[in-house]
Design a protein around this ligand. Structure first.
Ligand code: NCD
Length: 354
């Protein structure tokens, strides 16, 4: 079995926590992990536009010491010649140790996983799911709210086609005490396959009526590319806009998130409010993706190189309290500077014998 991540449910809840905790650790000490994926290659196949997801994955792999191949413009690949999804993904999976794929059709990444020769990560399949955005959101909540439980989360905008919120609600409903308020038009409501397994949720028509009760406000873009006609889209566009007037009714410890890109659903003036965390959220995404790559590849963290000196024939550390006297398998190693030798372990010095 390969460790594919198509839906967050492919992993256990304790594995989600493991990824988030590792993301935090990486953020605190990124240099420890900088060679963890040396020699590994990540293939990124983006059949749909992307800035954050694609670049944060690429940056994550480069920061782990690995390499990247792939395309973000399928028309410059054999897709343009009519190659099937199966053939392209099968081929690239043979060149890669791990693959990340975004595609406009729901279920496409799962389909690719059936024949892929390496683990594959869903970076968004149509209007369906986007599990790594959810890991990003969870790391953001952990860092900024200190918890993933007992949160009242308002989700506003395109709940029908917005894949990020489908994955988000599925995941956060597994943590104790969370409740959801879905703020959307009738046409863009949360699909029933998400709501039917939820316990604590209700709908709201306007941001004004509910913003004061929320711990988290998650804004989303109306997904123009998923509408069947421009007319239909235009009826929905600009219905919910978070501006300073509305935000002023929010709690002092409310946080405002958005997977980005934003159009006009968050007024620019809101960016300067300390509760607006969407750019920070995008940054957290890189660390959580580093953690995910490591966990999927069953990483072998190469510790930072501690020893910088060298072994000198016949020269030994004589400090009786040095670990070298008891751990006899260790080699006596010294750093040399201006004719002075310093033991790597206890820092006892001796003159370089002439
Ligand atoms: C989202 C997506 O692609 O689903 N963006 C992202 O990955 N950060 C949201 C969107 O496009 O509106």
């Amino acid at each position: 079995m390969k460790n594919h991540l198509i839906d967050l449910n492919d992993f256990s809840k304790s594995q989600w926590d493991e990824i988030i905790n590792l993301g935090e650790k990486i953020m605190d000490n990124p240099h420890i992990y900088e060679a963890s994926c040396r020699g590994k290659i990540m293939g990124t196949l983006f059949y749909e536009p992307s800035t954050r997801t694609q670049m944060s994955f690429q940056s994550a792999m480069l920061r782990l010491g690995g390499g990247i191949i792939g395309f973000d413009n399928p028309t410059a690949s054999s897709v343009m010649k009519g190659e099937s999804l199966k053939d392209t993904t099968k081929t690239v999976s043979g060149y890669s140790d791990i693959m990340v794929m975004r595609h406009p059709v729901a279920g496409s990444v799962k389909a690719a996983a059936l024949t892929a020769d390496c683990p594959i990560i869903n970076a968004g399949d149509g209007g369906h799911l986007h599990p790594t955005q959810t890991l990003t959101d969870m790391l953001t909540l952990q860092k900024e709210k200190g918890r993933l439980t007992t949160l009242k989360i308002g989700i506003c905008g395109d709940l029908k086609y917005g894949r990020t919120v489908h994955s988000l609600v599925k995941a956060l409903s597994c943590y104790e005490g969370n409740s959801f308020v879905f703020i959307s038009t009738e046409e863009l409501q949360m699909p029933s396959y998400i709501t039917e397994s939820l316990e604590k949720w209700h709908k709201a028509d306007s941001l004004d009526e509910i913003i004061g009760e929320l711990d988290v406000l998650y804004m989303t873009r109306i997904q123009k590319e998923r509408f069947t006609s421009v007319d239909e889209y235009e009826k929905q566009a600009s219905r919910y806009i978070l501006d300073m007037e509305k935000l002023s009714k929010g709690k002092r410890d409310l946080i405002v998130l958005h997977p980005l890109p934003r159009l006009n659903e968050i007024a620019i003036e809101v960016d300067d409010d300390p509760r607006s965390l969407y750019f920070k959220q995008a940054n957290y995404g890189m660390y959580v993706r580093m953690a995910l790559i490591l966990i999927i590849l069953n990483y072998d963290i190469k510790p930072p190189v501690l020893l910088r000196g060298g072994v000198r024939a016949g020269i030994r550390c004589e400090n009786p309290k040095c670990i070298l006297q008891t751990e006899t398998h260790l080699e006596h190693s010294f750093i040399e500077c201006d004719g002075v030798l310093t033991c790597e372990y206890c820092e006892t010095r001796k003159m370089y014998p002439i």
